[in-house]
Every structure is written in structure tokens, then in C-alpha cells.
Design a protein around this ligand. Structure first.
Ligand SMILES: Cc1ncc(COP(=O)(O)O)c(C=O)c1O
Length: 388
């Protein structure tokens, strides 16, 4: 992934920084185009995964729409040139201000999470003299077998409308002149690697579609969310995730009546593998059982290990010599600010560079300035001065 020339150009840059391999991103987007968009499916990129301007430009050029989860994301999507008809707005707690902003832009649809939210959207749409397109986010109670903090489609999660609430929700819609039901929406969770979970989702979606079809309620599209996982253990072996397998599951197992569209909302699987954090070793410190390598990136640049005990491979870019055992930790005043423990790698010394891999998704967007840290810069393989 990192040629000698590229590593040499990294040496002159202030660390830590985010580095994005735009050619890998383009190849990944090429698979999405080939396996989904060219089959008439709509893919909304979940911009919560990474909303860097360069990334959004590449996503837009590939013909994807966006899935926004805040008013500011809706605004950024519009400012980045996405058409309002390409924007869906999800989220369990949309504020009145955010809903009004999205209504003002006439976005394609709101993914609605409760009867109460439908009433709020209806009232705000009435005040603007407009009609809001909505999809009902239904909680399918399917276990995605992922970390409990990124599971969203189980009954105990805060997301979505439960199937037994559908009568009440449909009554609300019938009494709401400024809301038009367009679709059904589902999202079971993130970093889903057991793809059989999507087959279970298809079965649930088929049942729920039947509920609407039996009542002659018109549904234009089904949105099955996102969540496809990436291989954090072997980023070079699986640089492009199993997107074809993923789309094929829906092609084979979802019963879509003719004319009903299929939508997706993928984030991590599109951008996860194209990003790395490049960081320098500040100090090495001998402990009884390990050597601490204290690097200049911390939980402020990548919070996933501290938040979800997530694993990220770390490559030693410049260290040479006999292997040692390291705990690779950040500089932040928190013991949880640690990336890897007990890892064997060639000798690291002050000034050596390492790459924390698979950080294209949920890294830069989750950055904080805790400890009053500076915000790390981003560089792209397309930057002229990084050409190797
Ligand atoms: C509603 C919704 N759609 C799509 C996504 C994107 O998920 P992922 O980045 O795992 O594909 C998320 C993230 O959890 C989400 O909450």
C-alpha cells in the first residue's frame, strides 16, 4: 500500500495526518456502480462515515446520493452539489430546525422513526406550504451479530418503528395532509460481517412488505440501509469489501414487485479501507512485559479502539531491526488511549512512522480536540506532492 517514494514524502509532513488512497476509493466505487447502480439500484452514501470534501466529490462523481443524519449534513450535501432529490435524512432525534431546513431544500425523503415524528414533520411542512416525502424506518428485530454499540435493528434499540405499531402509524399518515408515504426503511447495524444476517433481513422485509401490499398501501421503494463490514484484520487482502456478495443477497432474497425501487445506505464499506492515519513514534518506554511505543496519534484522531474495543492493523513504515513486543498507545491522558497491545514488529524508535490502517470511516468524522489538540490535516493520493 505504501511505496518507498510515498513513505519518503510522508517524512516531511507534520504528523499525525489522515491519508486517503483515492485510487482505492475509486475502485471501490466502481464495484458499487457495477454491482448496484447499473442494475437500477439507488445507493446513498452514509456521509456520517466520512464527509471530507474530496471524498464527497469522488462519491458524487460515481453517481451515488447521500444519507444524512443531521441538518448540517443535509446542508453540506447540498453545498457539495448533490441534488435535493439525492438526499435522504435519517436519525432518531431530528430537531425542528433540522427538519425545517431539509424541508426548505425539498429533499427526497425523511426516514421517520415514530408516529410523533410524523406529526412534527407534517406540522412543519404545513407551515412551509410543502409536502414531505417520508419512508417509515421499521425495526426488523434482526440481530446483526456485531458490537452492541453499533447494533441498531433489535427491539431493545432506540431506532425505528416496531411492526406492531404500524396500524397506529398508518392512521397518523392518513390524518397528515403534508406527509406523503413513499417508502420503507431498515438498518440493522454497522460492521456486519456475517452476511447471512442480510438474508434474515430480506425475510423480515418481505413479511413487512406483505403487510403494506395486503392493505393496498402504495410503496415506491424499499431502503435496506447499510452496515456491510470491512476486514480490519487484513486490509491488504480485502481492500475492497464483499460488495458484490452483499448486493447479490438482496437480488436473490428480496421479493420486490415490479416498479418498486431498491435503495441502500452504505458508509464504512465504501470508504473504510481507503484511509490510514500516519503517525510518528514520540517515545519508547520499557515496561516489565512490553515496550510502550507512544505515538503522536491518539483517541482524538481515532476513537474506535477506546469506544468499541475496535482492532486496527498498524504497519511499521520505517522501523527496522530485530522484532520486539509493543503496546502502541497514544499521547492522550487516558489509559484507554491505546491502539494495540502485545504486538510484534520490527524495532521502533523515536521518529519512526507507522500507519494505522482502515481508518477511512468513523475516524476523521469522530475526531475531537480533547486535551486541546490541533485538528489533524488530511492528504490524498491525488495530491501532486505525494506522487511517488
Ligand atoms: C440509518 C443508517 N444508515 C446507514 C448507516 C451506514 O452504516 P455503515 O457505515 O456501517 O454502512 C448507518 C450507520 O450506522 C445508519 O445509522
Amino acid at each position: 500500500m505504501f511505496s518507498e517514494g510515498l513513505i519518503n514524502s510522508f517524512r516531511g509532513l507534520e504528523t499525525p495526518f489522515y491519508y486517503y488512497d483515492m485510487s482505492l476509493l475509486d475502485r471501490t466505487l466502481g464495484v458499487v456502480k457495477d454491482a448496484a447502480i447499473e442494475h437500477g439500484y439507488h445507493v446513498h452514501y452514509a456521509m456520517k462515515a466520512n464527509c471530507n470534501a474530496e471524498i464527497l466529490k469522488a462519491v458524487k462523481a460515481a453517481g451515488l446520493g447521500v444519507d444524512a443524519v443531521s441538518g448540517n449534513e443535509v446542508q453540506l450535501a447540498i453545498d457539495s452539489g448533490f441534488g435535493p432529490d439525492q438526499v435522504v435524512f435519517a436519525g432518531v432525534g431530528k430537531s425542528d430546525r433540522e427538519i425545517s431546513l431539509a424541508l426548505g431544500h425539498k429533499i427526497f425523503c425523511f426516514n421517520c422513526e415514530s408516529a410523533q415524528e410524523l406529526t412534527v414533520i407534517n406540522n412543519l411542512a404545513k407551515a412551509q406550504g410543502t409536502i414531505a416525502g417520508v419512508a417509515l424506518r421499521i425495526n426488523p428485530n434482526v440481530d446483526p451479530k456485531t458490537h452492541k454499540f453499533i447494533t441498531t435493528g433489535l427491539e431493545e434499540n432506540k431506532f425505528g418503528i416496531n411492526p406492531w405499531e404500524l396500524d397506529e402509524v398508518m392512521n397518523t399518515i392518513r390524518g397528515s395532509d403534508h406527509v406523503r408515504l413513499k417508502g420503507l426503511h431498515f438498518h440493522i447495524g454497522s460492521q456486519v460481517v456475517d452476511t447471512s444476517r442480510y438474508q434474515l433481513l430480506c425475510e423480515k422485509v418481505n413479511e413487512i412488505q406483505n403487510w403494506f401490499d395486503d392493505r393496498d398501501i402504495s410503496i415506491e421503494f424499499v431502503n435496506v440501509g447499510g452496515g456491510l463490514g470491512i476486514d480490519y484484520n487484513r486490509p491488504d487482502v480485502h481492500a475492497i469489501p464483499e460488495l458484490r456478495t452483499y448486493f447479490d443477497i438482496f437480488k436473490s432474497h428480496l421479493n420486490l414487485p415490479s416498479g418498486r425501487q431498491l435503495h441502500f445506505e452504505l458508509g464504512r464499506s465504501i470508504v473504510g479501507q481507503c484511509g490510514s492515519i500516519i503517525s510518528r513514534v514520540l517515545y519508547t518506554k520499557q515496561a516489565r512485559k512490553t515496550t510502550f511505543a507512544i505515538i503522536d496519534a491518539g483517541m482524538t484522531e481515532l476513537i474506535r479502539p477506546a469506544l468499541y474495543q475496535a482492532y486496527h492493523q498498524i504497519d511499521n513504515l520505517t522501523g527496522e531491526g530485530a522484532e520486539d513486543t509493543y503496546d502502541i498507545v497514544g499521547p492522550i491522558c487516558e489509559t484507554s488511549d491505546a491502539f494495540l497491545r502485545g504486538i510484534h514488529m520490527s524495532k521502533l524508535e523515536r521518529g519512526d512512522l507507522v500507519a494505522i490502517r482502515s481508518t477511512g470511516a468513523y475516524a476523521e468524522v469522530m475526531a475531537s480536540q480533547y486535551n486541546l489538540r490541533d485538528k489533524a490535516k488530511s492528504y490524498f493520493s491525488s495530491n501532486e506532492f505525494l506522487r511517488d
